[in-house]
Design a protein around this ligand. Structure first.
Ligand SMILES: N[C@@H](CCC(=O)N[C@@H](CS)C(=O)NCC(=O)O)C(=O)O
Length: 245
């Protein structure tokens, strides 16, 4: 049995849900409300001491890190292939999955916090919030929550992240000049691991970055028309209408 500990609006969880949906795998979900700090509950920390979603269990065995989870699913459930067979194209795919993991995941966080989390966080009782934030295991994650809960994310704070996200879209544009999908001819884990970040750009009103690159806008239209995307990704507007999800 596959179980996924995840959060609806977490881009890392979305990567894994997309992969599961493309492969047509059945899974049982355990939803965490990150804005209420479910990720700090002892039972979740026992699965991932970093206090981060997603966590996938398969036959009771624990997997963390969304990129590695998708690679595991690809190895364990090869019936639907999401990895190119050609070694060069496969290496290109891995450039993208690594980029999503190392760059896009961090870059999207501050703009997402500013738009989706900060307004609600600042309305919660300050002492309670600070006590929860003090328990966050990772210093960088802790600092981000602290900033959002206190002074708030400023335009100056956002500048480096926005530059990285604009660069991501430019990289995508260059890759898509060579083929319909990020790694070339076939839809792959490259597209899956990047799609949540592009959706987030759209949802936090940074769509102009995508609109300015017709090849990327066309890629996003094709990705978001896939049945798996509709099954795995939250509907438009749900970030605001679901303030504690
Ligand atoms: N490299 C990790 C990053 C996981 C991560 O940052 N997860 C976020 C959601 S996208 C999280 O759990 N945040 C909890 C928090 O900020 O306290 C992965 O790809 O799985």
């Amino acid at each position: 049995m596959i179980e996924l500990h995840h959060s609806t609006h977490s881009t890392c969880s979305q990567k894994v849900r997309l992969c599961l949906a493309e492969k047509g795998l059945a899974w049982t979900g355990h939803h965490l409300n990150l804005r209420r700090f479910d990720q700090l509950r002892p039972e979740f920390l026992a699965l991932n001491p970093a206090g981060l979603v997603p966590v996938l269990l398969d036959g009771g065995r624990v997997h963390t890190e969304s990129r590695l989870i998708n690679e595991y699913l690809e190895d364990a459930y090869p019936q639907v292939r999401l990895t190119p067979t050609d070694p060069y194209v496969r290496a290109r795919m891995r450039q993208w999955t690594r980029y999503a993991d190392a760059v896009a995941t961090e870059a999207i966080k501050l703009p997402s916090f500013a738009k989706n989390i900060q307004p609600e966080l600042q309305r919660l009782p300050r002492d309670e919030v600070q006590a929860m934030i003090a328990r966050i295991p990772d210093a960088r994650v802790r600092a981000r929550w602290h900033k959002a809960a206190t002074a708030g994310v400023t335009a100056e704070d956002l500048r480096p992240a926005l530059a990285q996200l604009a660069d991501m879209v430019e990289r995508m544009d260059r890759a898509l000049a060579e083929g319909p999908w990020l790694a070339g001819a076939g839809y792959s884990l490259a597209d899956i691991d990047i799609a949540p970040f592009v959706q987030r750009l759209v949802r936090i009103e940074l769509f102009h970055l995508v609109e300015a690159r017709p090849r990327v806008a066309d890629w996003y239209a094709r990705v978001s028309a896939r049945p798996a995307y509709r099954a795995a990704m939250p509907p438009a507007g749900s970030e605001g209408s679901q303030p504690v999800a």
